[in-house]
Design a binder for this molecule. Structure first.
Ligand code: TRP
Length: 455
């Protein structure tokens, strides 16, 4: 039987999710990832706890919602992934899609490498190595070894490629239906455990009670950048997933649910990690930045009653979070290749998979064999992260706002959303999209570039 996702038949039967729930789980699977569990807690810890949380939530409800709705509507309206979606408003707009297409192409390889690190931690904990993982130089010596990180990274990336190769319904939908609920259950177990550690309540207070003296412009920008990252905005993903959403489903409420789930997971991850670090190591250890998950947390687990079990649960839930996001990144890449270049799904998986693996090897090598290579002062992985998230993403976001606001017209978006939804956010949608969002995102872009040049 012909694969329904073959390029020739794709025009007739575009793959679709079987319904709203499947869409919500898959889109939430894309959103909920390393950003929620690794990035959000360390940013919240660094930027004053409660005040960061409050700012973040306000941003999600306003800017985040506007953006997610726009991208999903664009996808569903045109029935195409990023390049096709922009092109359908005129050949001269195709380049916007091409530019956005490059973002997941850059993110997927290094994201998978980090997914591989997480897998290594899980296996270490699951095989009774909780004290090994807590040794001070475990992380740095692991990531700088020449072959081992590549082995775990390959395991992770091949899994993502396999799921995408299986297709939208029997691959992506199925994987998310298992991994997302499991993630929630594990997250709740580990959070409850963390909160029962003696001394955790101090940390809970830090996390919940906003200290307005810690409010700063820099904090708002950090929260905003995190929001874009966490909701996977302006990276070609939501346009693609929107195009798989059946026309009969309520777009607005689906998007609301996705954003709610994503914010809940980030919130719980903070609640799991911040008080635990407070209780076991003391507040001064919250400032460990990106090392929070791989270095500080194993130290925390080590001095609790169930280090092996809880460590294994924790890293398993991070694997689920990272895998569902990795899958969506690769799907977005593959979908564009099938839509735009007319490739079959098999061919797209093969070619783009090989490219991703080569780029992953480079990212991994940046910590070991290739550690003499720096690009603009960044290590290879950091460079991929910087260029995609800090530079290209804001540019894509600004272009998307202006394109939708002034070329497609908010009327068309309104029509697409109103077909199935009440569109309760309509009163502020226009102003938000055309004026407020581009200015705010431009500020993120400027601040990212300035801090990179300064750093
Ligand atoms: N949102 C994901 C997370 O929170 C990470 C991410 C960023 C992502 N951009 C993406 C995932 C694009 C999929 C697609 O970890």
């Amino acid at each position: 039987m012909a694969n329904p996702t073959d390029s020739k038949s794709a025009k007739i039967t575009r793959p679709k999710f079987t319904g709203g729930l499947a869409f919500v789980l898959a889109a939430a699977g894309s959103a909920v990832g390393l950003g929620n569990i690794w990035r959000f807690p360390y940013l919240a810890a660094q930027y004053g706890g409660g005040i960061f949380l409050l700012t973040y939530i306000i941003l999600v409800i306003t800017l985040g919602l506007t953006f997610s709705l726009t991208e999903n509507a664009l996808g569903r309206m045109t029935g195409k992934s990023a390049i096709g979606a922009f092109e359908s408003f005129g050949k001269k707009y195709k380049w916007i899609g091409l530019f956005i297409f490059l973002i997941p192409v850059i993110i997927f390889p290094y994201y998978s490498l980090i997914g591989g690190w997480v897998t290594k931690y899980f296996v270490t904990y699951a095989t009774g190595g909780s004290s090994i993982a807590a040794q001070e130089d475990f992380f740095s010596s692991f990531i700088s070894s020449p072959l081992e990180p590549m082995f775990w990274g390959l395991l992770f990336i091949l899994f993502c490629i396999f799921v995408v190769w299986k297709g939208v319904e029997s691959g992506i939908e199925r994987a998310n239906k298992v991994m997302m609920p499991a993630l929630f259950v594990l997250l709740i177990i580990v959070t409850i455990y963390a909160l029962t550690l003696p001394g955790a309540m101090e940390g809970v207070k830090y996390y919940f009670v906003p200290d307005f003296s810690k409010f700063s412009f820099e904090m708002v920008l950090a929260a905003m950048g995190q929001m874009f990252y966490s909701l996977s905005l302006a990276m070609a993903i939501l346009i693609t997933y929107g195009s798989y959403l059946p026309k009969s489903e309520d777009l607005e409420s689906s998007v609301l649910k996705v954003n709610l789930m994503d914010t809940c997971v980030a919130f719980l991850a903070g609640l799991m990690i911040i008080p635990a670090v407070f209780a076991v190591l003391g507040p001064e250890n919250l400032n460990s930045g990106p090392g929070l998950m791989f270095v500080t947390l194993p130290g925390v687990f080590a001095s609790t009653p169930l280090p092996g079990l809880m460590g294994a649960f924790f890293f398993l839930l991070v694997i689920f979070a990272a895998a569902t996001s990795g899958i969506s990144l690769f799907e977005s890449i593959v979908s564009i290749c099938t839509d735009t270049f007319g490739w079959t799904r098999n061919k797209a998986c093969l070619i783009m998979g090989i490219i991703a693996i080569v780029m992953m090897a480079a990212s991994s090598g940046g910590y070991g064999l290739l550690d003499f290579v720096t690009i603009l002062g960044f290590q290879i992985l950091d460079f991929f992260d910087f260029i995609s998230n800090s530079v290209m993403m804001p540019i894509a976001a600004i272009i998307t706002c202006l394109f939708v606001g002034f070329v497609v017209g908010t009327k068309a978006i309104d029509k697409e959303i109103s077909q199935t939804s009440k569109f309760v956010t309509k009163p502020f949608y226009n102003v938000m999209l055309k004026f407020i969002a581009p200015v705010l995102v431009a500020l993120i872009l400027i601040s990212n570039i300035v801090s990179a040049l300064a750093g």
